[in-house]
Design a binder for this molecule. Structure first.
Ligand code: NAD
Ligand code: MG
Length: 392
């Protein structure tokens, strides 16, 4: 039997990181952990290191490991160490489960070093766009989506040529406010937005799911991953999150991928594709899952969706501006400094103040990201243009 594949798990202490380790635990003959990286949760990383015995661990956002850790192996610190873990020859697979723009350099490093990149950190693909695709091409890296919708599309496409695809339909749970009248949106608190009906995830993506910014990021992700025009990507609300997405082919046949909402299935497939490994899944019961319901997305009440898709269509630096402003707005909302409605107002204001430019390189993108964050911080907390009301 062949050697197990070495894995670098970036974002190991998070929701996707944890699910990845559960998947790996069931396939010790196929995968082994080379490195585990996190931002700053040293205690949790310590516990994981004791369990997984990696070659080393990385704390990307700390200058040195804090005192009192039990694991006696190698602790590395800083962003450069994380980037190096993404390109380490000992790991043939990199799982990028970081959050936000901070994941971009690891995505580029992994693809540039020819890795199989299991990508959960959609923000890095959305902001990096062509740069990320070029890094994959130049470095012979392989980009596999972990996002359940994109995993579904990849499985439905099954390598068929783009010319045979009429369109794809991404499903969206609709988030916790699917049935709320817009008149109540002014009263939304962070704890309301954090109560996702079908998925248990990190804070940032949970808020993105509540505003539907997540679905806009996913439309851009689908455009880049599968080379589809924006007009070929539709979104439908499907509250149960059973149908993970569908592909309509030009002959009128629509193929979809179904299953209970668990990230372990798309994670496993990103690690093993095109092979399908044994998995102790809960069998799918169509009767129990009935009826499968679909409804239209309320564009008028969730402006973050259209703002994001428009940024995707505009291209260049626009998705990076959208993403940066959203990251700042979401953080402010979670910290109680911005209202739910203030998120889209702040993002819209930043987008309209920064015209899209063609992306030159990663330094250019980093500068745009920084500028958009600074404008977003300004927008959060300054009076809105529509009268005396304030954004927060
Ligand atoms: P999370 O907040 O639970 O975990 C994030 C992990 O990344 C943690 O280990 C944290 O330490 C690390 N991290 C965060 N910021 C960092 C930084 N600046 N530098 C270094 N490390 C950093 O997040 P999550 O829910 O696991 O989501 C991870 C990514 O996967 C996001 O891009 C999200 O959109 C995507 N995703 C998540 C789910 C899900 O079910 N959770 C589904 C689809 C896609
Ligand atoms: Mg998704």
């Amino acid at each position: 039997m062949s050697e197990p594949s070495g894995l670098a798990v970036l974002g190991a202490t998070g929701s996707i990181g944890g699910s990845t380790l559960s998947v790996v635990a069931r396939h010790p003959d196929r995968f082994e952990i080379v490195s585990l990286a996190a931002a700053r949760r040293a205690k949790e990383l310590d516990r994981l290191a004791l369990r997984w015995r990696p070659e080393y661990v990385v704390l990307a956002e700390l200058p040195e490991p804090p005192a009192g850790l039990e694991w006696s192996g190698e602790w590395r610190c800083g962003r450069e160490a994380m980037k190096a873990a993404a390109a380490d020859p000992a790991a043939s697979i990199v799982v990028n489960a970081l959050v936000g723009f901070a994941g971009l350099e690891s995505t580029l490093a992994a693809l540039g070093a020819g890795k199989r990149l299991a990508l959960a950190n959609k923000e890095s693909l959305v902001v990096g766009g062509e740069l990320v695709l070029r890094a994959a091409e130049d470095g012979q890296g392989q980009l596999l989506p972990v996002d359940s919708e994109h995993s579904a599309i990849m499985q439905c496409l099954d390598g068929r040529p783009r010319a045979e695809v009429h369109r794809v339909v991404l499903t969206a749970s609709g988030g916790p406010f699917r049935e709320w009248p817009a008149s109540r949106f002014g009263s939304i608190r962070p704890e309301d937005a954090l109560a996702h009906p079908t998925w248990s995830m990190g804070d940032k993506i949970t808020i993105d799911s509540a505003t539907l910014a997540n679905k806009a990021l996913e439309v851009i992700e689908a455009h880049l991953l599968f080379g589809l025009e924006f007009d070929q990507i539709d979104v439908v609300v499907h509250p149960a999150s059973i149908v993970h997405s569908m592909v309509e082919f030009r002959d009128g046949s629509t193929i979809s991928q179904l299953g209970h909402p668990t990230m372990e299935v798309p994670i496993l497939y990103a690690l093993s594709a095109p092979e399908r490994l044994e998995n102790d899944f809960r069998s799918f019961d169509p009767v129990q899952a009935s009826p499968l319901e679909f409804e239209r997305l309320r564009h008028e009440d969730f402006p973050m969706f259209d703002l994001g898709v428009e940024a995707g269509r505009a291209g260049g630096t626009a998705p990076a501006v959208y993403n940066a402003a959203n990251e700042v707005a979401v953080r402010s909302f979670l910290e109680g400094r911005l209202s739910f409605l203030g998120i889209s107002r702040a993002v819209e204001r930043v987008l309209s103040s920064m015209a899209p430019e063609p992306v030159e390189n990663v330094e250019h993108l980093t500068a745009v990201d920084r500028e958009a964050r600074s404008r977003a911080r300004e927008a959060v907390g300054t009076p809105s243009p529509t009268g005396g009301e304030t954004v927060p």
